[in-house]
Design a protein around this ligand. Structure first.
Ligand SMILES: [Zn+2]
Length: 134
């Protein structure tokens, strides 16, 4: 099928804040606000439905980094609990804020590659059908 889109390159471009179609920078117009259109190829990006997926995957990723590190620090140094609370709370927040745009870009790229939601070839007809059902 000619409309086949490769998933991993699209996710990688999205993770780098690039348009999943052409690779031009500018997927986001703000920290987590996806641009309405790609300024280079004109791809409509406003039809994505990332919703809760990026925070979910971010929590999953950050948790799998923070918990082992906290356990290793506990075994190696046995710091007081307030040190754990201070260090790993701040580390969790910073790591989440750094990871979230990367994950959201990858999710938008995957949605584009799978032609989901607003990236489907006949997205206008699909969204009209969905909105009329409710
Ligand atoms: Zn583009």
């Amino acid at each position: 099928m000619s409309g086949e889109r490769k998933r991993l390159p699209a996710m990688w471009r999205g993770a780098k804040s690039q348009c999943p179609a052409c690779g031009e920078r500018g997927l986001f117009r703000a920290y987590l606000k996806v641009s309405d259109n790609c300024s280079h190829c004109g791809l409509a990006l406003d039809g994505h439905r990332a919703d809760d997926a990026p925070p979910y995957f971010t929590i999953f990723i950050v948790g799998h980094i923070i918990v082992p590190v906290a356990l290793l620090v506990e075994r190696a140094y046995t710091p007081p609990l307030y040190v754990h609370a201070a260090v790993f709370t701040i580390l969790s927040i910073v790591l989440s804020l750094l990871t979230l745009p990367i994950v959201k870009g990858a999710v938008v790229g995957l949605q584009w590659a799978l032609q989901m939601h607003g990236f489907a070839p006949s997205d206008a007809a699909d969204s009209d059908t969905l909105s009329n059902d409710s």
